[in-house]
Design a protein. Sequence first.
Length: 142
Amino acid sequence: MKRLLVRFQMHVVWAAVLALSLAAAAPLVAGTRFTDVTVDQARELVQRRAGQTDFIILDVRSPEEFAEGHLAGAVNMNVLAPDFSAQLATLDRGKTYLVYCRTGNRSTKAVQAMERLGFRSVYHMVEGILGWQKKGFPVSRR
């Protein structure tokens, strides 16, 4: 009986180890890594990665908002456009993206869509361009 109890306990331990391993590995299996960043962290990232072809700044506001001012070098894809998911699907999932909108609400939806599509490296500027401008950081109108 004692031997049976010890075997049962070992199975419970192994089941717990397996469950913890699977839970820890789930994000790695999905291959997606998302990081919320402040505008200060986003600015550092932009400065550090400027000019690198594997780094994309993605503004998910409307084209009209984009024209009023955006981060230099940003690409505009309107998260509210009916074909937004199709547009995202054309992007390289292996590149690194900094995603933002006006305040962080729409970009949250964009980041979630990117997660579903398997993007691997995404930074989400949670304070949006309003936070960027509040800090006095430059915007482009080109």
